[in-house]
Design a protein around this ligand. Structure first.
Ligand code: HEC
Ligand code: HEC
Length: 252
């Protein structure tokens, strides 16, 4: 861990800029993890996608409406939708990630209680919707409010945090490819989420992964749904450039 301690003395300005061609976390994963992700029959994340497909056509809430009742066939209506999130939503006056966008339909269209963060239902629906954009390149939102939020996310990405006094950039730009304990540090892209993580024995959102990174540097993690996390997600989408959506990815 000596190299990590040495980093504490490096001013952020001398750290390398992100490499010009971003590399998916998949490229840093071990061969067995890559094999799991590549095979839809072996990929455990596909169980959530299948659950999402069932929930899609299950009526819910006081409106007794299913997602399919309004949106019909997800492979048609939801194709490309995940490439546009997170983005500013005028109606709710906030930047929404895909989970929050789905929960808005839950409360305003189905008249049902919003689904809990990291609940199987919300993960399943999010994975199902995002999966319809697998292979597509995200288009970072370009309205003024989204741009301002993304800039706050960018500042956060370069800000030192926690008892270890490390910023995201220290690990995910400077140290990508190096090992940290049992893991190989990737470039920290969110293009595979929600993702199945072997350590979690389940699917988890990008926010869950980000919160683990906060805890990793012994910083207090913002709560699920906090603007800080959504703003980071927004910045990560732009930072990932042409990386395609891989949901559901598999990680260690
Ligand atoms: C009563 C009709 C209705 C139901 C039921 C409904 N939605 Fe929607 N949904 C809409 C409408 C209308 C919009 C677009 C207008 C808006 O922003 O509200 C929308 C927008 C969306 C979007 C954003 C699309 C985009 O292009 O940005 C997503 C994602 C979505 N819905 C998912 C769902 C899911 C998942 C469910 C089931 C849990 C669901 N919706 C249930 C009517 C509905
Ligand atoms: C001390 C080093 C360290 C710091 C600082 C750190 N992370 Fe991570 N992060 C990791 C490790 C280790 C992993 C798991 C291996 C991997 O995928 O990189 C990870 C994973 C990720 C992933 C998932 C990548 C994938 O493909 O599954 C994202 C996204 C991410 N980090 C973003 C961030 C953000 C944003 C910050 C700043 C708030 C941050 N990290 C701070 C070490 C760090």
């Amino acid at each position: 861990m000596r190299w990590l301690a040495a980093l504490l003395c490096v001013p952020i300005t001398v750290l390398a800029a992100p490499p010009s061609a971003p590399r998916s976390g998949l490229e840093f994963a071990s061969a067995d993890v890559r094999a799991l992700q590549a095979d839809d029959f072996a990929n455990p994340g596909m169980l959530w996608v299948d659950r999402g497909a069932k929930l899609w056509s299950t009526p819910a809430g006081a409106a007794a409406q299913s997602c399919a009742g309004c949106h019909r066939e997800a492979p048609v209506s939801m194709k490309g939708v995940a490439t546009r999130y997170p983005r500013f939503d005028r109606e709710s006056g906030a930047v929404l990630n895909l989970e929050a966008r789905i929960n808005r339909c839950r409360s305003t269209r189905q008249l049902a209680d919003p689904l809990g963060f990291e609940s199987d239902e919300l993960l399943a629906l999010t994975a199902y919707v995002a999966h319809q954009s697998r292979g597509q390149v995200p288009i970072p939102a370009d309205d003024a409010a989204s741009r301002a939020a993304r800039e706050r996310g960018r500042e956060q990405y370069f800000r030192r945090q926690g008892q270890m006094n490390l910023a995201c950039t220290h690990c995910h730009d400077r140290l990508a490819g190096r090992r940290l304990l049992a893991e190989t540090i990737s470039e920290g892209h969110g293009n595979g989420y929600p993702a199945y993580r072997l350590e979690w024995q389940g699917l988890g959102s990008l926010q869950r992964r980000l919160r683990a990174c906060f805890t990793g540097v012994r910083a207090e993690a913002p709560p699920f749904g906090a603007p800080e996390l959504v703003e980071l997600e927004l910045y990560l989408t732009q930072r990932a450039g042409p990386l395609r959506i891989e949901t559901p990815a598999v990680r260690r």
